[in-house]
Design a protein around this ligand. Structure first.
Ligand SMILES: [Zn+2]
Ligand SMILES: [Zn+2]
Length: 273
């Protein structure tokens, strides 16, 4: 029975690997130089701005489109150009002046070799979920500390709270210490899990998307917190409330830490706690 189960598992795993192999082969041999020292910083900026752009367009349209305002958490708020430009400028400045030298140093110290085999699909999904859960818990601790200790808040976290009604480009409007702390958690988790480069890439894309969605100010029927059952995921509704009230919803994505420690500030729709 157990040998039957393990052979079934082997077939499932190898079919998962076969599923991702063509994608991985294309990535490894494509013209996009994913082993280049410039790739991490360009990838981070392009992915971030690519995810922000649709929300920037929606914010420009929303004053003239009442149907769009129905999905806005703050229906009468749209960021001005004077709010957007400093956010964009800070992201570009921090990535080019600080993040790039660090990723270059990392590349020089440990140039990564791309394995010829793709990861198994189940392994990729498991590692991405684990990375997300670990990141969520680590940021929760960091975030609570930086709200409860006044000098930590003033010195490192206050800048991220400059916009009480968040918008997509305000996602990475943060101090350098906060940006590097997030990057550190990110790197620790993928190193601990010895994640495959395709898993790392998938996690980074998902993490950037979820952080932009958290700050977008739009609560659509297809927003992530409405797709995950039982109120496990707080998403934009939770994080937006954190920006208005400061003292609740410290976890960026999931709700379990805030529920356990009694810092949950919003009941997701349809969930009785
Ligand atoms: Zn905060
Ligand atoms: Zn935020």
């Amino acid at each position: 029975m157990s040998s039957h189960n393990s052979s079934e598992l082997q077939v499932l795993c190898s079919s998962g690997q076969l599923l991702l192999q063509p994608l991985w082969d294309r990535l490894r041999t494509s013209k996009v130089p994913i082993q280049s020292p410039f790739f991490p910083v360009i990838f981070a900026i392009v992915t971030y701005l690519g995810f922000c752009l649709p929300f920037v367009v929606l914010d420009f349209l929303s004053p003239w489109v009442p149907a769009l305002r129905r999905f806005k958490i703050h229906p009468d708020f749209s960021p001005s150009v004077q709010q957007l430009l400093p956010c964009l400028g800070q992201t570009l400045y921090q990535h080019l002046v600080f993040v790039f030298p660090v990723t270059l140093l990392h590349w020089l110290c440990s140039p990564s070799l791309l394995p010829p085999e793709a990861p198994e699909l189940l392994q990729l999904l498991r590692d991405v979920l684990l990375c997300l859960l670990l990141f969520d818990g680590e940021f929760f601790v960091w975030h609570v500390l930086h709200h409860k200790v006044p000098w930590l808040y003033r010195a490192f976290h206050k800048v991220h709270h400059q916009n009480p009604a968040p918008f997509a480009l305000a996602t990475q409007y943060m101090s350098l210490w906060e940006l590097f702390s997030l990057g550190f958690f990110d790197m620790v988790n993928i190193t601990l899990l010895r994640s495959h480069p395709l898993t790392v890439l998938t996690f980074h894309v998902l993490n950037i998307w979820l952080s932009v969605e958290d700050h977008s100010g739009y609560d659509f029927p297809w927003s992530t917190h409405r797709l995950v059952p039982f109120g496990w995921y707080g998403g934009v509704a939770h994080h937006d409330l954190h920006h208005s009230q400061f003292n609740c919803n410290f976890a960026p994505y999931f709700t379990h830490w805030d529920r356990i420690l009694g810092t949950c500030g919003l009941h997701p729709p349809g969930v009785q706690w």
